[in-house]
Design a protein around this ligand. Sequence first.
Ligand SMILES: [Zn+2]
Length: 262
Amino acid sequence: MWFELLVPVLLGWLAGLLVNYLADVLPFTRRLSQPACPRCQTPFRWADYLTLRACRTCGKRRSLRTWIVLILAAASFLYLWLFPRPGLGLPLSLIVLTYFGVIIVIDIEHRLILFPTVIAGAVLGLIAGTYLYSKQDGVLAGMLISLLGGVVGFAIMFLFYKLGEVVARYRARKMRAAGQAEDEEEALGGGDVYLSGVLGLMLGWPNVILGITAGALAGGAMGLLAVIAYLIQRRYAENSLMTFIPYGPSLVLGAFYILYFF
Ligand SMILES: [Zn+2]
């Protein structure tokens, strides 16, 4: 019946509201505070906030991101409802997808992986990983596979992080030599190390290797697109090549691909 399809669309819309809410408040207040207008800081009434009304004080409309997230969430929930993926099962698939949305939006907008989202992700990751791998050999074996994936995911990205520090030092030296002010860009943020651990818990061992590889490919593709965009705009400079790429979304995309489509 067609009206049954309203269920995933409505659930997706609610998940989109949750992603928007967390991305609106967590980076600023680090807690579940009342959302406020980004321009005039007037707190929203909940009814106004949830019905996507413009700010009553200054008239600022809701962000484009708000709408993109809602539409993508409703569409992807509908897709997973119609074409359920084997493995995680529908409820966990939808929850993990919502979690990925929160991580991606906050990382793109603030280049941050927030600590509360890492903790929540670790719990969710252990549950998802254990569920995925306990079907054959029981819960304990599943949990071990999940934990091993988490440790490996964390360790691999930790090595890259240390490598990134070396690159950052080299870059800072070059910028000083060129008389430019240093900036605070990190090649690979520390948050990505924790995120990689979380994704490792979900993917388990050895799929964590596949997930990180897919994430690196996605990151490389995004980096390549950035370079091409620079070349087209003739804004190419040596520094552009080292400009920060948000690795978080790439890692999440890689894990998403392995979890849902591999
Ligand atoms: Zn306002």
